[in-house]
Design a protein around this ligand. Structure first.
Ligand SMILES: Nc1ncnc2c1ncn2[C@@H]1O[C@H](COP(=O)(O)OP(=O)(O)OP(=O)(O)O)[C@@H](O)[C@H]1O
Length: 607
């Protein structure tokens, strides 16, 4: 009888053979072919220069990137094939064969077919553990490699003895694979391929599975409410609009996704993680080419090096093989790094991002970064430029189409009410005027709508203009502030919120009077100090609820702040005026009170 241990051992050795076969033997044989093809290569010439010489003219950088894709940087700097893996080798050989033999009597079709089989086998094995754990693919691979050597011999008319010697050497290497070398990088790759994905799934799946709404204890299944967003492809293609899944079709290894606060950057990142690790279904097509996924949240202040990130993801493997070895192995597999909230990171997380960018130069590694757009020019683009990395740039689009807003709300409604779903929330939204609906184009606002509907459904039906939204929103803000401050004080909450809203409202009114929408860092500081005086309340928490921060583009420039929407600024100001009037003495004095509240001269007031 076979023990459980030996089943695992058998699987491990099959994976090991497939890994060594595809990551070591295939590149070796392809380098043998490349060596014959590059008989005219000058030793200190790069492969790009060689191709340009054969072509008779240089490529523009755009042409080069389009032609070579992910491997473009590698092939424009490499002068020998030692560090080239199957993907860049395949690309290089196909392009070289095209350039040299197109329109000649020598037809490289048979050679190209053998190369294609080797590349296909690499991807089949490296992208799917099921194939890697089987023995069939290794048998197919060894046969394909022998055929590639023999076809190389035929195409370049090599002496039979040279070809036989090459086949013999290959067979010797294959024979060695009956025993695993536990000190080899391929062994660590094998362990990662075998159990890495499962370890990372356990780390993230439960953490990301549910999304908690901001106001109450309601939680919804993140994947059930996910709205498949569209993104605008910036710069590279002049504003084409595509589904988020197309982000991965970029020719660059690094993809940057931007969006305003609440546009859904983090939600997108977390949904990609969940889709990758979904046990119910195989990964969607756009993620099939990845074997491992690493998620790094820049707000995480405790993880300060890439080694820490690796340890967090693969604790057991790191204990067994050492962090550095696990990282080295990981970078050989087809890995997707997701870096979330770049703009919200501090120095330590920027260092981690830098390390990731430095180490992911191989074409098999890709990096997706989410950030507010203001951080791109100021910090991210310089960081990528220093590492000589180009990137594709996407921007999450607001949900302006009624059918998108409807579909978005319907998912939340279903998730929140389960079987008792009545369509009331979606219906209530649809009955609003276009003007009012136009306040809800960011996902965060649509989620606020759900919360308002849940708490104050009747008020919503009375909304006629965007201004009517304010009072209900004000109540929502009160609840939000209360939730954010929960537990941090031991006083009358009503009074506390009343005081906070008065400080915020006074500032809102002052800015409106001056016809100013943007608060400077100094204005922000003044409000902060006033809130601080109210009680032991964290003013940053309060202000993060009512204001949005615009981080500056230039270096050494301070942030500015604004209310999330002008109608909300008016709402806070209006509330302040009303509260002052209510609290002032009625009768003769009230007009004076009003003019002093509004900060205008008495003579400027008309009854
Ligand atoms: N695509 C989406 N599908 C469903 N809900 C979404 C989507 N995008 C965002 N949301 C909702 O909007 C809320 C805010 O989104 P998220 O935190 O992802 O925005 P963000 O762009 O990362 O914001 P910030 O820049 O402020 O961190 C989420 O908690 C979620 O409730």
């Amino acid at each position: 009888m076979t023990s459980a241990g030996s089943i695992a051992d058998d699987t491990i050795i099959r994976i090991y053979r497939n890994i060594v076969g595809n990551l070591d033997l295939s590149p070796r044989v392809m380098r043998f072919t490349l060596d014959k093809e590059c008989d005219d290569k000058i030793s200190d010439e790069t492969y790009r220069e060689l191709m340009e010489r054969r072509r008779g003219r240089a490529y523009t950088n755009g042409e080069w990137k389009n032609l070579i894709g992910f491997s473009s940087k590698k092939l424009e700097t490499s002068k020998n094939p030692d560090t080239l893996d199957v993907t860049p080798l395949f690309l290089l050989l196909t392009k070289l064969l095209d350039l040299r033999y197109e329109g000649t009597a020598r037809d490289p079709a048979a050679l190209l077919a053998k190369l294609r089989t080797v590349k296909y086998l690499r991807n089949t094995v490296m992208h799917d553990l099921h194939n890697a754990a089987g023995s069939q693919k290794f048998t197919e691979l060894t046969a394909a490699l022998v055929e590639l050597v023999r076809e190389t011999g035929r195409f370049y008319a090599l002496p039979q003895a040279d070809v036989d010697a090459e086949v013999q050497e290959l067979n010797n290497e294959i024979a060695k694979l009956k025993i695993m070398d536990s000190q080899s990088i391929y062994y660590w790759c094998t362990r990662l391929e075998f159990s890495g994905k499962q370890a990372v799934r356990l780390l993230w799946q439960d953490k990301f599975k549910y999304e908690k709404l901001s106001l109450n204890e309601d939680a919804v299944q993140r994947q059930a409410v996910f709205h498949a967003i569209d993104v605008n492809v910036r710069e590279t293609s002049g504003g084409k609009i595509v589904s988020y899944t197309k982000i991965f079709e970029a020719r660059e290894n690094v993809m940057v996704v931007t969006g305003v606060a609440g546009a859904g950057k983090t939600t997108l990142a977390k949904n990609i993680v969940l889709q990758f690790f979904n046990t119910q279904q195989t990964a969607p097509d756009y993620l099939r080419s990845f074997n491992q996924l690493i998620f790094f949240d820049c707000r995480d202040r405790t993880t300060t090096t890439l080694s820490d990130v690796i340890l967090q993801h693969y604790e057991d493997q790191c204990i067994e093989h050492g962090k550095e070895n696990v990282l080295m192995a990981l970078l050989r597999l087809d890995v997707l790094f997701i870096i979330d909230g770049f703009d919200e990171g501090k120095e330590s997380s920027k260092r981690v991002v830098n390390e990731i960018i430095e180490k992911t130069w191989r074409p098999n590694c890709r990096v997706l970064i989410t950030t507010h757009s203001h951080a791109v020019k100021r910090e991210l683009a310089p960081l990528l430029r220093r590492n000589d990395v180009s990137y594709a740039y996407y921007e999450i689009l607001p949900l302006t189409k009624p059918e998108d807003q409807r579909a978005f709300l319907r998912r939340y409604e279903e998730a929140l009410s389960g079987d008792s779903q009545t369509g009331a929330m979606t219906g209530s939204f649809e009955s609003l005027s276009e003007d009012v609906r136009s306040l809800f184009t960011e996902p965060i606002n649509l989620v606020h709508f759900c919360e308002m509907h849940k708490l104050f459904p009747k008020e919503i039906s009375s909304w006629r203009t965007p201004r009517d939204v304010a009072p209900v929103k004000l109540r929502l803000y009160k609840e939000l502030i209360q939730t954010q401050l929960a537990g941090s004080f031991n006083v009358d909450v009503e009074v506390l919120i009343y005081n906070i809203l008065n400080v915020v409202g006074e500032a809102a009114l002052e800015q409106l009077r001056e016809d100013v929408l943007i608060l400077t860092e100094a204005d922000h500081f003044v409000i902060k100090e006033k809130i601080k005086k109210i009680k032991k309340v964290d003013p940053a928490v309060v202000l993060s609820v009512v204001l949005k921060e615009n981080k500056p583009r230039g270096l050494n420039r301070s942030s500015s702040y604004e209310f999330r929407h002008k109608s909300e600024q008016e709402m806070f100001a209006g509330n302040y005026i009303v509260q002052r009037i209510i609290s002032s003495r009625v009768g003769e004095e009230s007009a004076e009170a009003l003019n002093s509240i509004l900060g205008v001269p008495k003579e400027g007031m008309s009854r």
